[in-house]
Design a protein around this ligand. Sequence first.
Ligand SMILES: NC(=O)c1ccc[n+]([C@@H]2O[C@H](COP(=O)([O-])OP(=O)(O)OC[C@H]3O[C@@H](n4cnc5c(N)ncnc54)[C@H](O)[C@@H]3O)[C@@H](O)[C@H]2O)c1
Length: 254
Amino acid sequence: MRGHKGKIAVITGAAAGIGQAYAQRLAQEGCDIVAADISAATETGKLVEAEGRKFLSCICDVSSQDSVLKLAEDVERTFGRCDILVNNAGIYPRKKFLEMTYEDWRRVMSVNLDAAFFTCRAFVPGMKERGWGRIVNMSSSTFATVVPDYAHYIASKGGIVGFTRALATEMGPFGITVNAIAPSLTRSQGTLSQTPRAGANSMDAEFENLARRQSIPRPEVPEDLVGALAFLTSDDAAFITAQTLYVDGGFVRV
Ligand SMILES: NC(=O)c1ccc[n+]([C@@H]2O[C@H](COP(=O)([O-])OP(=O)(O)OC[C@H]3O[C@@H](n4cnc5c(N)ncnc54)[C@H](O)[C@@H]3O)[C@@H](O)[C@H]2O)c1
């Protein structure tokens, strides 16, 4: 795809799961990669360097503005800029609404939604100055389907759709596109460590149950998402902005 060579991509939550697959794919496209994660992204670093690209692992809690400002300083010092920002870090602790505390609500909102505000405030000014930028935020098919025990999570992922549209409007004149990707239930470190829902005796069974409701009836894996990210961050997608792309085997129809 056109436009990735030599670009600097900052990917949050890139130590594992979908973020790690994103880092590997953008490295294959020719980007140098910054992983911003609360955990050291050692494995991701190996994958990126195997593609011959530079890699920086920043320990960063994206729910803290101070931590994101420190990330921005590290990126500036090492690479001088951020061209592509992928807001991927996210948490999805299941909780029934009637048991949900304000602390539960705020925690999910801060990691899944406030973080996108912090990273965009930090990196968008430089993109605007240079007249080129790509931002991809992670939403979720749960925003468009019937999923219980996720009021905070679904609200945060709906917030991401709104933020994506609003920022796209303001940044369109400056060569910056802002889009979202919405996966279905995807095999990752995070989902594989969850407790299966009633009716499924293992997470594997839960993946299979959900896959049967998709047009393409097999469980989604992180590699299913990387092509969409590569496209949305390329020059080929320069006229596509404010969109939420459901990459979910044909589960949600919009
Ligand atoms: N896996 C799915 O089924 C699925 C479906 C729809 C949307 N998503 C979204 O995709 C994104 C990635 O999901 P995943 O399944 O790969 O998750 P995961 O739990 O496998 O990995 C998430 C990564 O984010 C990091 N992280 C968590 N909190 C952080 C914080 N405060 N600051 C920085 N890093 C932090 C973790 O350390 C981890 O490396 C999330 O935004 C999630 O909501 C996932």
